[in-house]
Design a protein around this ligand. Structure first.
Ligand code: ADP
Ligand code: MG
Length: 696
């Protein structure tokens, strides 16, 4: 058996391989370009490409691809083989520097929003050399960013990289004020915890809704759900264990630091968390993790469901985005320090995050908005749609003491003076046992908990990085050139707390009373995707992204359009799938069973005056519900037909939410009742019970 340490990263063209396979000049030059973020010199690129190809071919690769994250869906790739014809009908394996650094996929079929009209969308992909190339299924994959020839970003990575540059620029300004001469770069780090469901593949294949939409559109509650809470951290079943083992191995080979695995709250629900890394790499790795999860599941006769709400009435799946900021000297800027000086710096960065989350609540909400996530947020299984922050009581009390110029703690008689006093040490595990907060401080990082399970982590991190870059910019502007740095700092922190403390909430986010209070505090409650999305183009948000050069205004508008279009398409597909299931399978099977009941009823009645209560009453109930379900399909059809007359995509998305979704719910309610009445052998689909408890 091979040791993990022996095969970890064996499919990655990482630093160790580079050092081994490249001449020292080429290696140094590559490292320099990576560090400075400049583009590669062609002669260096040629040398790297040849070494990369030789390495990949020696490991059995035949193709290469530029993998990128389009604005919808998972990683996109087009494979090209290395082969190049030679005389005598032979081939050689070739790969040039040009092919390494730039690819030209046909971009016209990827969603581009308004860009499609404004520009001729021909795009190119460019190697993000900070994210290592790797081999997957015999293909050398080169992580890339995807832009149009006009320079507009057509993917999620380009703006993510831009946002990392923005926060780097502004954080360095602030760090300089604290005298950190040795710090030359600042990067945000991310560790995403990923939830998912596993169901049996044969059972999955019998459900059109799962196949077409990734979630069940009908389904009565099973006798047992998650009420016993016996699944969370429970013993992992052998088949799931085998899946997890292979998943870990595949991820480790790709250099992904898969670390924690456990069962989650819902039956058939599990979680995987990696060790955190630099944000763009974490985003690439999370995309890859979701893909490998699905592939490995297939091999084990399973299907991995990444949908946010595969089963109504059972907890859905999310993703927790753990986020922090680190310097190249290895300092975590969100870690409280040991000295007054370190603590002052920590408090300023903390305030930068507080202000950023308050100022850009709407963007954070948008960054997690999707049709699937709308079923989770605010449903007492995930944070509410209101963005707020949890800091824990110790930190909150310290901030209050600073704000009010009051002594902190029982013993301390002195006032908390920033730059003079040391923060008390708070044990990490007391800082966070509140799982209901959307955005929680967990000792040395923030955990953004509103993400849906299938989401790319790029989008929320683009917002976070840029919003915090903006507050740091404002802070640097205030503090640069002041005479008395310490007192200016103290005032700035005080002012920030006073102005933004409304975003801090340490209580139970699932509590109804909180929503009322949040409203009183003036916090936004954007319940659904169509309601949240229009905030994207509010003036302050356009200003934020354009001033930090993360998005151009054209890019923002095109992205908004894509998000709205995508929402409409998803609901449309769900509605059509429901109609298909109801008309072709459910109503016919109900009718068949009604006939059986009716025949039996007639036979029994002819013989005796009793003994047919079951048939009689069930038949009445079924007939009643069958009519209701049938008319509900008609209503849904009418609602869907109504979409054709709406041209404005914002209006259309609101129509889908208000008119189509409500009709879908209505139809579902009748069908789920029918499911409970129809004999098992007549019901046309596997039940929730079979799906949720079908894997041993
Ligand atoms: P939890 O109690 O939420 O399970 P963990 O300590 O297990 O918390 O951490 C969860 C995730 O947070 C892991 O993926 C971990 O790597 C990540 N994490 C820890 N420190 C940081 C950091 N400084 N920046 C980003 N992510 C981090
Ligand atoms: Mg967590």
């Amino acid at each position: 058996m091979k040791l993990v340490s022996e095969y970890f990263g064996c499919n990655v063209f990482d630093d160790k391989v580079m050092k081994e396979k490249l001449s020292s000049d080429v290696y140094k030059s590559l490292k320099r370009t990576i560090k400075d973020g400049r583009s590669l010199d062609l002669s260096v690129a040629n040398a790297v490409a040849t070494a990369m190809k030789d390495w990949a071919v020696s490991l059995g690769a035949t193709h290469f691809t530029h993998g990128f994250q389009p604005m919808t869906g998972i990683t996109a790739e087009k494979h090209d083989s290395f082969i190049s014809p030679e005389e005598g009908g032979k081939v050689i394996m070739e790969f040039s520097g040009k092919e390494l650094i730039r690819g030209e996929p046909d971009a016209s079929s990827f969603p581009s929003g308004g860009l499609r009209v404004t520009f001729e969308v021909r795009g190119y992909t460019a190697w993000d050399a900070t994210s290592y190339a790797f081999i997957k299924d015999g293909v050398l994959c080169i992580p890339t960013a995807f832009c149009s020839y006009g320079g507009e970003a057509l993917d999620k990575k380009t703006p993510l990289l831009r946002s990392m540059e923005a926060i780097n620029r502004q954080a360095l300004r602030v760090l300089k004020l604290f005298g950190n001469a040795d710090v030359t770069s600042v990067k945000t780090t991310v560790g995403p915890e990923q939830e998912y469901f596993l169901v049996d593949r044969e059972t999955f294949k019998k459900r059109k809704d799962l196949i077409y939409t990734g979630r069940t559109l009908f389904g009565a509650k099973p006798p047992k759900g998650q009420e016993l809470e016996d699944h969370y951290f429970g013993v992992i079943k052998p088949r799931v264990q085998a899946f997890m083992k292979e998943l870990n191995e595949e991820l480790w080979k790709l250099g992904i630091l898969a670390k924690t695995e456990h069962n989650e709250v819902a039956p058939a629900q599990h979680e995987l968390a990696p060790v955190f890394t630099t944000t763009n790499i974490a985003a690439d790795h999370n995309q890859l993790t979701m893909e490998i999860m699905q592939k490995v599941a297939q091999k084990h006769g399973l299907v991995c469901l990444l949908h946010e709400k595969p089963f109504a009435g059972v907890n859905g799946s999310g993703k927790h985005n753990n986020w922090s900021i680190s310097t190249n000297t290895g300092i975590n800027l969100l870690e409280p320090g040991d000295t007054p000086y370190e603590n002052a710096q920590f408090l300023l960065f903390l305030c930068a995050v507080i202000k950023a989350v308050d100022d850009y609540q709407d963007l954070l909400r948008i960054s997690v908005a999707s049709a699937g996530n709308d079923y989770r947020l605010g449903a007492n299984e995930a944070p509410p749609a209101v963005v707020s922050m949890f800091l824990g009581s110790e930190l909150t009390e310290i901030l209050e003491a600073i704000e009010k110029d009051e002594p902190y703690g029982a013993k301390e008689k002195e006032l908390m003076r920033i730059g003079v006093h040391t923060l008390p040490k708070f044990p990490k595990d007391t800082t966070d046992r509140n799982r209901t907060s959307p955005f929680a401080f967990t000792g040395n990082k923030f955990e953004f908990r509103m993400l849906g399970s299938s989401a790319s982590v790029s989008t929320p991190n683009i917002v976070l990085n840029t919003a915090v870059a903006e507050t740091l910019r404002q802070f640097a502007n205030v503090l640069e050139g002041v005479e008395n740095f310490e007192s200016a700092l103290h005032e700035l922190i005080k002012k920030t707390i006073t102005k933004h403390k409304r975003i801090i909430f340490n209580g139970n986010g699932y509590d109804e009373a909180w929503l009322k209070e949040a409203e009183n505090r003036g916090l936004l409650n954007l319940k659904t995707t169509p309601e949240a999305l229009p905030y994207f183009t509010h003036e302050k948000n356009i200003k934020l992204f354009t001033s930090h050069k993360v998005f151009t205004e054209v890019e923002i508008r095109s992205r908004l359009e894509i998000l709205q279009e995508n929402y409409c398409k998803l609901i449309h597909i769900e509605a059509c799938t429901m109609l298909d299931m109801a008309k072709k399978d459910i109503l016919p099977c109900v009718s068949k069973y009604a006939k059986v009941l009716d025949d039996t009823l007639i036979a029994k009645k002819a013989r005796d005056s009793k003994g047919f209560a079951y048939e009689n009453e069930t038949l009445n109930a079924i007939n009643d519900l069958s009519d209701k379900a049938y008319y509900a399909t008609k209503d849904l059809e009418t609602a869907v037909a109504g979409t054709s007359s709406i041209e404005n995509v914002k209006a259309l998305s609101l129509y889908y939410k208000d008119e189509v979704l409500s009709k879908m719910e209505m139809l579902r309610s009748f069908v789920d009742k029918l499911e409970n009445l129809v004999a098992a052998e007549y019901w046309c689909y596997p039940t929730f019970g079979e799906l949720l408890f079908g894997v041993y």
